[in-house]
Design a protein around this ligand. Structure first.
Ligand code: 58G
Length: 254
């Protein structure tokens, strides 16, 4: 997958392209990240990319023209898929919230262009003309779109075939099914008098599977009940939840 980045601070992306599993994906050609700096397209001798907001107020606004020229350069480098053009995505707290489902869907695209704003934002005329969608990683503001873009790139790249060992992509399905991960343990068997649950040492893969499913479901119920509302449960899940509700003298699930 090809990802074009429009950013005034492209060096920040070394954090994702030069470390860990994503660095390996880049080396293997599974992921390609290419930078387009609006500063390189500024026309004046000071290479100005921002200016004061019309109407007054604090801070500066990124000018439309350097952004448009950087975007044109990115579009010229994007993969020319016959099927679909690369979406132009702006990282913004005003966007639709990014999630695991979106990460999986986006990983199937040939490419995308991500715009990272700085200062107080972008000239709205550039946004309305050239941005296909605004994307947020959560309800908080950070100083630039770069860190949010790196979160999005990492979450997407994990789904590209070859980025992770296949075993991990299977485990990911359990998050996509809308429940939280079960707890993990490794050596030693006893840590500060705390033993690894006996069932995990039993070698009984059916019981281990049940233990993990139960832990996932009950964790989700306790920590993120919002993930369970309005969903249809399997027979096995219903048994686990009904038993838990019976033990807690609450009403059972339908
Ligand atoms: C309009 C207004 C466009 C994303 C402001 C761009 C970006 C949080 C997130 C901006 C961000 C998030 C200015 C600094 C947005 C820029 C950027 N903060 N929650 N900060 O995904």
């Amino acid at each position: 997958m090809w990802i074009g980045i429009i950013s005034l601070l492209p060096q920040m992306f070394q954090a994702v392209t030069e470390y860990g599993v994503l660095a390996r994906a880049v080396r293997q050609g599974i992921l390609e990240v290419e930078h387009f700096n609006p500063r390189d397209y500024a026309e004046d001798r000071h290479r100005t990319v921002d200016d004061r907001p019309y109407g007054g107020g604090a801070g500066m606004v990124m000018m439309a023209d350097p952004l448009r020229q950087a975007l044109d350069a990115a579009k010229a480098r994007a993969p020319q898929a016959a099927s679909a053009k690369c979406p132009v995505v702006l990282m913004s707290p005003q966007g639709a919230q990014f999630d695991q489902e979106r990460a999986l869907q986006t990983s199937k695209l040939e490419g995308m262009i991500i715009i990272c704003g700085r200062y107080e934002g972008l000239d709205e005329r550039f946004v309305t003309r050239y941005v296909d969608e605004e994307c947020s990683i959560g309800d908080y503001v950070v100083s630039g779109g770069e860190l949010p873009a790196m979160i999005v790139i990492d979450a997407i790249a994990r789904h590209l075939p070859g980025t992770l060992g296949n075993h991990l992509s299977v485990q990911d399905e359990s998050y996509l099914d809308g429940t939280l991960d079960y707890p993990q343990y490794t050596r030693p068997e006893s840590f500060e008098d705390d033993q690894v649950p006996e069932v995990l040492m039993s070698g009984d893969h059916r019981r281990i599977g049940q233990f993990r499913r139960r832990a996932s479901l009950l964790r989700t119920l306790q920590r993120r009940p919002d993930l369970l509302t309005g969903r249809v449960f399997s027979e096995e899940d219903r048994l686990i939840l009904n038993e838990w509700f019976a033990l807690n003298e609450a009403e059972g699930l339908e």
